[in-house]
Design a binder for this molecule. Structure first.
Ligand code: NAD
Length: 433
């Protein structure tokens, strides 16, 4: 089939490459000429394991091309996937639909009347119906569940597909697009528009709630003297609860969960339904960042002014260079404002971090970042950081004190190497530091 993918950011570039991998001819469309030029040259302007190889493979084979022209897109294919951003509005919790509206208007103006326009962006419930009522080509909604860091795998082998459709024709076309994925046994749920839109926002709301639940338990442990890592281990053995998304830490960030739960609560208000608990989920999440800042102050004797603080991590999660609403950078920037001398190191997100937070210090290696530190904060769970040898790290720092904001480091090894070790939701453990 001949498909276009409109918006070639994290979601769209991945979707375009994976559709080519499934055997389709694909044209990626973006309004950003620099992004299109990079993708045409086979360069992926962000970090996503496996994606550069897939884009290079299919740009070379001619099955994948990129353009800035909607005119070209309209004439290219009969199925158009819309993958543009839906960020939070500047002055409210709601989603900014300006890009989605512009992309639908532009492709509807150029597409054949019998084309299918398929929305993949995460949108407030009601958006698909509104767009469908306003354009000639038929609309479908096919929300996306990929995780950054596993985007290629998640697109080629998703755990489910959701088709929001108003006709069997639209369902048949989507089944044809995803034929190899369906042939591999992937379950598909076909639903009306509101249900399809809600599957995505409900999934994100559930995951955010689970993370904030264990982080709220961490808050209780901190005052009651408990250990949240033991608590979550014991809870996780209950298969009604499960252990995934149940590890306490500095919380979630990124370009999806925070803005999606806010947009969902906002949309529910508009519909006259209260999802106030999502605002508490958000608040618990943000309080974990406050807690790391507070711990840093405590460990520096009440004041971070002049302290040399190393922040391990800038991306909102490992295997990504995405720094949107990154807890690590939020904490780093606040400590810098409090007068600390902050040095950040991240295996992939240094360029993005430097652009967004030019006043922070940056080190190209963990070794340079650690040298002379009074305090180390572990805030993004990269495997490279878990692999740091605490003895080696101790030989570099001025004072061996660490906050494990991800609950991922081996406490015994770090304390045995003489580190004063603090984590969220558990008692501090002292080496000699
Ligand atoms: P992004 O900001 O990385 O990419 C959006 C792209 O759309 C940009 O390249 C931008 O230039 C382009 N764009 C904007 N307006 C356009 C227009 N009118 N025509 C063509 N291109 C246009 O965003 P993203 O992370 O890829 O997210 C896109 C959507 O997918 C959002 O709704 C998001 O919530 C959802 N989503 C993202 C992920 C993820 O992990 N990133 C996962 C699932 C769903």
């Amino acid at each position: 089939m001949r498909l276009t993918v409109i918006g070639t950011g994290y979601l769209g570039a991945t979707h375009a490459a994976c559709m080519a991998e499934l055997g389709h001819e694909v044209l990626g469309v973006d309004v950003d000429p620099d992004k299109v030029a990079a993708l045409r040259a086979g360069r992926v302007p962000f970090h996503e394991p496996g994606l550069p190889e897939l884009i290079a493979k299919h740009t070379a084979s001619g099955r994948l091309r990129f353009t800035t022209s909607y005119e070209e897109a309209g004439g290219f294919g009969d199925v158009h996937f819309v993958c543009v951003g839906t960020p939070q509005l500047k002055d409210s919790e709601g989603a900014d639909l300006i890009y989605v509206d512009a992309a639908f208007a532009a492709i509807a103006g150029h597409a054949a009347p019998d084309a299918l326009l398929v929305g993949k962006s995460t949108v407030p419930v009601g958006t698909a119906g509104r767009l469908a009522d306003a354009c000639v080509p038929e609309v479908a909604w096919n929300p996306e569940f990929l995780r950054e860091g596993f985007a290629v795998e998640d697109t080629l082998r998703p755990d489910r597909l959701v088709f929001g459709v108003r006709s069997t024709r639209a369902e048949t076309i989507l089944r044809e697009v995803y034929a190899p994925v369906l042939a591999a046994g992937t379950p598909v749920v076909t639903a009306d528009f509101p249900t399809a839109e809600l599957v995505k926002t409900a999934a994100n709301a559930f995951l955010a709630t689970k993370i904030s639940f264990i982080n709220a338990m961490a808050e209780v442990c901190e005052v009651a003297g408990g250990d949240v890592t033991k608590l979550s281990e014991a809870l996780g053995h209950d298969d009604r609860i499960g252990s995934r998304f149940l590890r306490s830490g500095v919380g979630f960030g990124g370009g999806c969960l925070p803005k999606d739960i806010r947009a969902f609560a906002h949309r529910a208000d508009e519909l006259g339904v209260s999802l106030a608990f999502l605002r508490e989920v958000d608040a618990i999440n943000m309080r974990r960042r406050d807690r790391v800042v507070e711990l840093a102050r405590e460990l520096c004797g009440g004041d971070v002014l002049g302290a040399r603080i190393t922040v391990l991590g800038a991306a909102f999660k490992p295997d990504s260079d995405d720094i949107r609403d990154s807890p690590a950078l939020n904490v780093a920037a606040r400590l810098r404002l409090d007068g600390a001398d902050v040095t950040v190191h991240d295996p992939a997100a240094m360029d993005n971090a430097r652009k967004a937070f030019p006043l922070l210090g940056y080190a190209m290696t963990a070794e340079d970042a650690l040298r002379g530190a009074d305090l180390v904060l572990h805030l993004t769970e990269w495997p490279q950081f878990r692999a740091i040898d605490p003895e080696w790290a101790r030989s570099l720092v001025r004072r061996p004190r660490i906050v494990d904001g991800r609950g991922a480091l081996d406490v015994e090894r770090w304390t045995a190497a003489g580190w004063r070790f603090s984590a969220l939701g558990r008692p501090a453990l002292n080496g000699e530091g």
